[in-house]
Each structure stands twice: as structure tokens, then as C-alpha cells.
Ligand binder design. Structure first.
Ligand code: NAD
Ligand code: ZN
Length: 392
């Protein structure tokens, strides 16, 4: 089959690789009909996630049709159309039972590797996301092996198009969980969202679905800010305005009640503390580019929540802990527990509350994917979200 593989930092390619096979009786094989490139894939492209090996198949946002099931798979059958969360979860360990699907105890035999390399993983496996996350082949390919298929294959029975349900695998639940973590008081709270990428877009719309009175989006790309405005948000371009001043002004001096950082460790710009960081940065995994996180902490109102769907790893230096402590902020973060959000969010799509396909700007074949990885990374050509058809 054809697949997108990691070939080293800044290098992905299309290769012909063996088709996946059932390895365990609880596995299924899915023929992929749609798959997407995620901002998280950029951390792999940029070489920030250790333990990638040349030839690893990328991709963790995919859906398709079940073509084979192991003998212990009882709920899914051949022919079912499924979306598959990016997290691999057994469904029966203590964490899964509590709904902490990304912390699954049984899906990542390598999670200890991550402690030495990276300061830890959430615990569970992830498709196409390095060996410290389990070394699973990803879904930017024509077929994929889905472990714990009964737990992870979410059947789509309505006639919604792939593009309307594909993002249930990651970015819609991720934006939604980020907003949910803010405990928004409907009709009252103001939520600021740093980063108007795909995750930020879903965080903005989720904040409104959860009743936010006002949402403010911060980025520097006009087309991303325009997409945020189309959802009703106020836009701040941090290259044109002083973010902290603009956020204070937009909230009567108080600051947003909650702040979402949908940027993560590759934040752009030079926020407070950056000059000092640059002088001190010696270790590869000490991130000085945490501008968005610092802005989030410094702007948030007293007693508010700083919710971090943006990915952080390694060591993060010069956190304004004084401000966080003085304001009594709550921090909530981590990999999304995708499984628990899939069906509730599918219901919202079916009810017409949101059509997730709004975020797609580019549609392409696997052969075009290596170029589109760069287009998406560099935010060229108005690129916000790329969907790939593995059979085109
Ligand atoms: P993306 O790269 O398309 O979007 C990031 C956006 O942040 C860009 O529009 C960029 O211009 C903006 N940005 C950069 N620096 C900024 C700053 N200082 N202030 C404000 N905006 C800034 O990526 P994405 O697909 O939207 O993903 C965003 C983050 O969410 C990534 O870190 C990704 O890994 C993470 N993510 C996490 C989970 C999870 O389970 N927690 C799941 C999916 C994605
Ligand atoms: Zn993703």
C-alpha cells in the first residue's frame, strides 16, 4: 500500500510499504477513506519528538471502512464505516474506565522510554506518533491496523460526509475538551484563544457551544483570524497590537475569564522573558518559544483557567509562576480523551449545531502530501487544514 512516512527532520515522503495485518484477536484492519495532517504532525516534521525512526508511517486523524476483524472483535463487523480516535485505548484499565482514555495503561509498552527522553508521555499509545508513544503505524496510508477495535471504532451510521465527521478523531474533541476544561459560566464568561489554527478554531466554536458570552482569538495570519471572526469571535493580530493591552481593553481591564493556549511549544514571537531565554538556552529540549503560554498566564483574569491543548514537551523555562500563583489560576492540560467526546460531538453535528468541514482549505492525494506538509507548516497559500484521499 501507499503511505506517508517520516524520513528524518523536515522530510516526509510517499513510500510503498507492506499492508498491515491483524496481530491480535482484538484488532481490525480499516481501509482509509479520509485522513488529515495535524499541527501535532508538525512537531514530528520539526524533529521535536524523539524516538521517530526512518520509515515510520505518519498520521493519527483518519476514518474508513472495516475490511477485516480479529476473532475477539464482537461489536464491529466488516463493512462498518468508522472514525478512530487518535489515542489507542484498551477501554478496561483503571484510567480508561475513569474516562482518561489518553492515559491508558495497556496501549503503550514504551511509555517509560518517554520519561528518560522527554519527561514523560500521557501513558497511552498514539497512531503514527513515535516509538515512545508505542510505535504504532499511522493512518496517512491506504490501510491501518486498529488495536482494541471494539473500543476505538466509532460507527457512523448517518449519511454525513467524511469531511463532516473526520475531525471527531482529534481536533474537534481537542478544541472541545480545551473549552470544557474552562468550566465556562454560560452567558457571562469571556474566553481568549491563543492560536487560530485548526485546534484553536474548534476551541473557539466549542466555547460558544458551551455558552461563552464572548470569545477573543489571537494569531497573526489574517485568514485564520477571519475564520475565527466568522464564528463570532473578536480577532487580535499580535503583530499589530500589544496583546496584553488589547485583552485588558476588551475585558474592561479584568482580563479574559479563561485562556486557551492552542499553540504549544513551537510558538512564534518574542513575548516577555524571551531575550533572557535566548541567552540561557543551552539544551535542545529547553523551549524558549513559549510566548503564547506566557501571554495566557499574564492575561488571564484572577481565579481563571489556563487550558492547554497545545502540546508541550521537554523542559519549559521561565514560566511566570508568580502571576499564576498571585491570581490563583487553574491549569488544565494534556492529550485529549477523545473517546469520551466522539458520540456527544457527533450528536451536535447531526443536530446541525456545527459542520466541522468549515476548517478545510486543502484537499489532496497522498502523493501531494509531502508538499502540503510544508505548505501547512509555513501557513502558505491560506492553508488551515489539509485532508488527504489515499485513493486519489
Ligand atoms: P497549527 O500550527 O496549525 O496552529 C497553531 C497556530 O498558533 C498558528 O495559526 C500560529 O500562527 C499560531 N501561533 C503561533 N505562535 C503564536 C503566539 N505566540 N500567539 C498566538 N498564536 C500563535 O496547529 P493546530 O493543528 O491548530 O494545533 C495546535 C496545537 O494543538 C499543536 O501544539 C498541536 O500539537 C496541539 N494538539 C494537541 C492535541 C491534544 O491532544 N492536546 C491534539 C491535537 C493537537
Ligand atoms: Zn492531531
Amino acid at each position: 500500500m501507499k503511505a506517508i512516512v517520516w524520513q528524518g527532520t523536515n522530510k516526509v515522503g510517499v513510500e510503498t510499504v507492506p499492508d498491515p495485518t491483524l496481530l491480535l484477536p482484538t484488532d481490525a484492519i480499516v481501509r482509509i477513506t479520509s485522513t488529515a495532517i495535524c499541527g501535532s504532525d508538525l512537531h514530528l516534521l520539526d524533529g521535536f519528538i524523539p524516538s521517530m525512526e526512518k520509515g515510520d508511517i505518519l498520521g493519527h486523524e483518519f476514518m474508513g471502512e472495516v475490511v477485516e476483524v480479529g476473532r475477539e472483535v464482537t461489536k464491529l463487523k466488516v463493512g462498518d464505516r468508522v472514525v478512530v480516535p487518535f489515542n489507542i485505548s484498551c477501554g478496561v484499565c483503571d484510567h480508561c474506565v475513569r474516562g482518561h482514555y489518553s492515559a491508558c495503561d495497556n496501549s503503550n509498552p514504551n511509555h517509560r522510554m518517554a520519561e528518560a527522553l522527554y519527561g514523560g508521555t500521557s501513558g497511552g499509545g498514539i497512531y503514527g506518533y513515535s516509538h515512545m508513544y508505542g510505535g504504532y503505524a499511522g493512518g496517512q496510508a491506504q490501510y491501518v491496523r486498529v488495536p482494541f477495535a471494539d473500543v476505538s471504532g466509532f460507527r457512523i451510521e448517518s449519511d454525513l460526509k467524511d469531511e463532516q465527521v473526520l475531525f471527531l478523531t482529534d481536533i474537534f474533541p481537542t478544541g472541545y475538551q480545551a473549552a470544557l476544561q474552562c468550566d465556562i459560566v454560560p452567558g457571562r464568561d469571556v474566553v481568549a484563544v491563543f492560536g487560530a489554527g485548526p485546534v484553536g478554531q474548534f476551541a473557539i466554536r466549542s466555547a460558544y457551544l458551551l455558552g461563552a458570552a464572548h470569545v477573543i482569538a489571537i494569531d497573526r495570519f489574517p485568514e485564520r483570524l477571519a475564520m475565527a471572526e466568522a464564528a463570532g469571535a473578536q480577532a487580535i493580530n499580535y503583530e499589530q497590537e500589544d496583546v496584553l493591552v488589547a485583552l485588558r481593553e476588551a475585558t474592561g481591564g479584568r482580563g479574559p475569564d479563561h485562556v486557551i493556549d492552542a499553540v504549544g511549544m513551537e510558538a512564534h514571537g518574542h513575548g516577555p522573558g524571551a531575550a533572557m531565554d535566548r541567552a540561557q538556552q543551552k539544551m535542545r529540549l529547553t523551549f524558549d518559544r513559549i510566548t503564547a503560554l506566557r501571554w495566557a498566564i499574564l492575561s488571564c483574569a484572577k481565579g481563571g483557567t489556563v487550558s492547554l491543548p497545545g502540546v508541550y514537551g521537554g523542559l519549559v523555562d521561565k514560566m511566570p509562576m508568580g502571576a499564576a500563583f498571585a491570581k490563583g489560576l487553574t491549569f488544565r492540560m494534556g492529550q485529549t480523551h477523545t473517546h469520551k467526546h466522539v458520540y456527544p460531538l457527533l450528536s451536535r453535528i447531526e443536530a446541525g449545531q456545527i459542520d466541522p468541514s468549515f476548517v478545510i482549505t486543502h484537499r489532496a492525494s497522498l502523493d501531494q502530501a509531502p508538499d502540503l506538509y510544508k505548505t501547512f507548516r509555513d501557513k502558505h497559500d491560506g492553508c488551515i487544514k489539509v485532508v488527504l484521499n489515499p485513493w486519489a
